[in-house]
Design a protein around this ligand. Structure first.
Ligand SMILES: [Zn+2]
Ligand SMILES: [Zn+2]
Length: 198
C-alpha cells in the first residue's frame, strides 16, 4: 500500500478519533432529491461500524510493526548471506591454522595463508618476549655496577685509553672492543630509554 495513502488514512482516523463510533444500525443517509432518510445498505453499515478510527489506527500500527520487523529480518539475512558468501578464507582449517578430522582429532598445521599469518604473529610475539628478556638481562648488568660511575664510554673499573677499546699491551685483545664496556654502554642507553618511556 502506498505510504502516502497510509499517512492520509492515519490523519483521517486521528481527526475522526472519538471514543464513540457508529453502530451498524445508526447509519442513515438523507436523499437530497426526495428529502427521505434511508438506512445504509446492511453490509456497508456493518463495515463502517467495524472500521472505527481506533481499529484503523491499530491496523496501521500493525502494518508498520511488520514492515520494521521484516526489514530487520532482511538485514540479518543479508549479513548471514554475506558471511556465507565470503566464508572463512580456508575451509580446511576455518582460519584457525589447525586441521582437525571429523572426530576432532588434530591432523597438523594447515599450509594456507591464514595459518602463515597466525604463525607470523606467534613468531613476532616470541621475538618480543626474547627482546624483553635480553633487555632485562642488560639492565641487570647495569645494576650490578650501580653507584660506580663509568667514564666517557668506559665501564666502571675500566679505564681504556680509547673508551671501550682494549689498550696496547693486552696481547690479542689490543685494539679490539671491550665486551664488558660494550654491554655497559648498551645497558646505559637502554636505561636512559626506559626512563624516557616512563
Ligand atoms: Zn587453512
Ligand atoms: Zn672495558
Amino acid at each position: 500500500m502506498d505510504t502516502n495513502k497510509m499517512r492520509e488514512l492515519k490523519e483521517l482516523a486521528e481527526a475522526a478519533g472519538s471514543d464513540e463510533w457508529y453502530a451498524a444500525g445508526d447509519l442513515r443517509y438523507c436523499d437530497d432529491k426526495t428529502g427521505e432518510t434511508h438506512g445504509l445498505h446492511h453490509d456497508d453499515s456493518r463495515f463502517i461500524a467495524a472500521a472505527s478510527p481506533a481499529t484503523v489506527l491499530a491496523l496501521l500500527a500493525e502494518v508498520e510493526r511488520l514492515a520494521i520487523s521484516r526489514s530487520k529480518k532482511e538485514r540479518e539475512l543479508e549479513q548471514e548471506l554475506e558471511t556465507w558468501r565470503h566464508g572463512p578464507f580456508c575451509w580446511t582449517c576455518g582460519d584457525t591454522g589447525d586441521v582437525h578430522d571429523i572426530t576432532g582429532e588434530w591432523r597438523g598445521e594447515c599450509d594456507c595463508l591464514s595459518a602463515q599469518l597466525i604463525n607470523a604473529n606467534r613468531e613476532r610475539d616470541q621475538f618480543k618476549a626474547e627482546n624483553e628478556a635480553l633487555r632485562s638481562l642488560v639492565l641487570s648488568a647495569l645494576e650490578e655496577s650501580n653507584g660506580r660511575p663509568g667514564s666517557g664510554g668506559n665501564a666502571p673499573g675500566h679505564c681504556h685509553e680509547v673508551p671501550g677499546v682494549w689498550d696496547r699491551g693486552n696481547g690479542d685483545r689490543s685494539g679490539t672492543q671491550c665486551g664488558w664496556c660494550r654491554i655497559w654502554s648498551a645497558a646505559q642507553a637502554m636505561a636512559k630509554e626506559a626512563r624516557h618511556d616512563r
